[in-house]
Design a protein around this ligand. Sequence first.
Ligand SMILES: NC(=O)c1ccc[n+]([C@@H]2O[C@H](COP(=O)([O-])OP(=O)(O)OC[C@H]3O[C@@H](n4cnc5c(N)ncnc54)[C@H](O)[C@@H]3O)[C@@H](O)[C@H]2O)c1
Length: 368
Amino acid sequence: MEKVRAAMIGVGNISGIYLKNIHERFTDIELVGVCDLVREKAENAKEKYPHLKIYDSMYDAFRDDTIDVILNITRPNDHYEVSMEALKHGKHVYSEKPLASTLDKGIELVKEAEKRNLYLGGAPDTFMGAGIQTCRKLIDEGTIGRVIGANAHMIGHGPESWHPDPEFFYKHGGGPIMDMGPYYITALVNLMGRVEEVCGMAKASFETRTITAKEHYGEEIEVEVPTYVDGTLRFESGAVAHMFATFDVYYPHAAMIEIYGSEGTLYVPDPNWFGGEIRLFDSNKEMKSIDMEFEFTDNSRGLGLWDMCACIREGASPRAGCQQTLHVLEVLRSFEKSAKSGGYVKIESPYERQKPMNKNAETEGRIL
Ligand SMILES: NC(=O)c1ccc[n+]([C@@H]2O[C@H](COP(=O)([O-])OP(=O)(O)OC[C@H]3O[C@@H](n4cnc5c(N)ncnc54)[C@H](O)[C@@H]3O)[C@@H](O)[C@H]2O)c1
C-alpha cells in the first residue's frame, strides 16, 4: 500500500504521542519531517526518530514536493496561519483543535480547502475511540429509547499546574470552551446529531493566573478569555443539552457526559479519552456497566489523521473532516456570542454524522 507522506508543524507538549503512534501504530503514514520555531524541539524529536528531516521553517515543509499532508499541532492561535499557508501550497491538512480561533477564520479555511479540492481534517479524534463509539452504537440501537437531553461538565482548575508553557490557554483562541469544549461538543454531535441553537453565559472569575508548573513557576498570565462558560444547546432532533466548561473550579470528580433517553440514561466516558467506563441506568432503575465493543481504548491520538490519510488514498470522506470541525467551532464560538448579545444564537453550518468505526480496525489494519 502506498504510504501517505506527512510533515509535522509544531513539536510541543502533545507531539510525543503523535510521534509514537504514527511510528508504532499508524504505519501506513510516513512522517518525513518536523518543524518548530524552537529548533531544539525538532532536534529532540530527531534524536528519538533519526530518519526525520528537520525543516527550518514551515514553508520548507510546504514546498517539499514529496509531502502530501501537513499535521498542524501548533497552538490554537497559530492554527489558521499554518493551515491556510499549507492549503495554499497544495497540501492536505490535519489540524489539532480547534480548527481556528474564530468562526470566520474557520469558514475561510474550509472554503480554501474546498476550492483546492484538498482534505482538511482535525482533532479531536477521541470520538473515534471505543468509549464514544460504543455509546453511539447503544443509542443508535435504541437502548435508551428516544434521546431527549444531555448534561456535560468539564470542570477543573486550569492547566497552569502541569503544562510547561500554559499561557496560550488564557489567550485569544484558548479558554475552557475552546480548549476542552471540542472534545465534548464533538462527542455530543456524534451521539445526538446537529446542533441548531445555542445560548450561553460566560465570565472570567480571575483576572490573572499564576503558573505552578516548574518551567515557568511563579509567572503571571493575564486572562483574556472567559474561563467559566455555561450554556444550553438545542439539537435538530429536539433534544436539549447543558454544557459547563470551566478552568476556575476545584472539583474532585472526572468530567463526564450523561445522555438522557426516554427509556434510560447513558453515562458516557470522559470524551478527552478514547476508552473509559460506560454505564447504563435503565427504566428498571438498575445501573450496569457496559463492555466496550470497539478497539482504541488507550491514547490513540493520530487516529483521525490515519483515517484521513486512508481517505486521501481511496477518495473517501473522513470521519474527522472539516464539516464536523467547522460545526463544532461554530457551536463553541456561540457560547460567548450569546453571552455578549444576551440572545439565542442560530447555528448555520450543516452537519451529518460520518460512518461509525469498524470494530476491528486496528487488528485488521484497515480503517475504511
Ligand atoms: N498538551 C496537551 O495535552 C494537548 C492535548 C490535546 C491537544 N492539544 C492541542 O495540541 C496543540 C498544541 O498543544 P501543545 O500543548 O503541544 O502546545 P505547545 O505550545 O507545547 O506546542 C506548540 C508548538 O508549536 C510551535 N509553533 C507555533 N507556530 C509554529 C510555526 N509557524 N512553525 C513551527 N512551529 C510552530 C511552537 O514553537 C510550540 O513548540 C493545541 O492546539 C492544543 O489544543 C494539546
